[in-house]
Design a protein around this ligand. Sequence first.
Ligand SMILES: C[S@@+](CC[C@H](N)C(=O)[O-])C[C@H]1O[C@@H](n2cnc3c(N)ncnc32)[C@H](O)[C@@H]1O
Length: 413
Amino acid sequence: MDEIPGLVQLTRLPNSARADLLAGSPDVDPLLAVTTLRRERPDLSPELASAVVAQRGYQAKARATGALPEGGPWLTTEVGLEQASRPEVAAHRAATLAAAGVRSVVDASAGIGIDARGFLEAGLAVVAIERDPVTFEVCRANLGHAVELFGTEARVENADSTQVGVITAAVDSLPSPVAVFIDPARRGTHRPVDGSRSRSERDRQLWSPPWSFVDELRRQFEWVAVKAPPGFAPDAPWKAEWVAVGNSVVECALYSPHASRREARGAIILGDDVEWHLNFDIDAQRPVPSGLRDFLAEVHPVARRTGAIAEICLNAPDLAPVTESSMWLTADSPAPTSPALRWFEVLGSGSLDQLTAMCRDQGIDRVALKTLESKRSQREMRARIGLPDGDEFAIVAIDGFIDHILVRRMRQR
Ligand SMILES: C[S@@+](CC[C@H](N)C(=O)[O-])C[C@H]1O[C@@H](n2cnc3c(N)ncnc32)[C@H](O)[C@@H]1O
């Protein structure tokens, strides 16, 4: 708990003083680091020195995963970092709202301010509301820095968005059209006493603010955007876009009908830019399975989990699922190339023992196991095959297909 007053002290330093303190590299031994820092800087209180050392650790962790924005000391709390949007996802959300004509945003659950920073960078004016007093201080410091960087307008309020009139007053204070954005907390603001990550809440009424409050915003305001978890099942009036970064599906982004120019349902993969996007019809029929052909395509989780897989097949007539229930697609040639499809050449199919023999005959000494559709455990299959994990070759288990399949991964791009 000592960290909290220290963190607040840190937020109140001028940006340049904060940047100087945080510029040091992270320390393997935080206790020793605090002692060393206090020897170098006797003017720092023990709480402030501990906060600096903790922040250096978070910065290093975040730099490694790309979790915090580049270009500046970005303060966080441990939970704030876990709950924050990824900077590229925040940028995409801001671009979506800007493309729909929005000029300002009320971020009604601002956290450490990553989404709010994305709105500012896109040139939108922002009121950021955060209920937790420490997170509010962190958000205010972060957005102060973002305002300096982008020259846009931001105000940060320590308030409860669910209180009558709080969001409306913020909306009324901004240049219109104004969007209300909300990213409800799905975990507590503190870690459990054992230090583990707090559990994500599945019951949407237990989110903070609860789903009923969020859903009501769509009736009250014309432009509303929401961050929901990837497994969220949206009701019809909401437009929904499932967002992946790399191979992970990170959220289901919801928009009121006016807040996005996209279609009702979409899936997107973000890299440095938009790598792939597909609007899809949730009622699109899966094509008839074709059995195994010469090439197999592993479908990106964002398409597998959302039903976009049927739309992918409709757009590429040669492509079909291997079986009725499988998410693996197959074709006579490895086409189309797409970030949503990872292609493999089929080398053979048969029992695990037959494929193991085939590997031996062909000098294959490492294989990956693709067992998402298998009832057998990876461990059991690995023991049976007796080969270590690899990257180029794989053995694939397909739901509803008796044989296993040996494949070679095709390099894309
Ligand atoms: C998931 S985090 C937001 C993360 C943020 N989008 C970001 O990228 O940094 C949710 C935040 O909402 C705050 N919150 C929860 N209920 C609130 C309420 N009724 N009013 C204002 N803030 C609230 C929590 O304290 C938490 O910091």
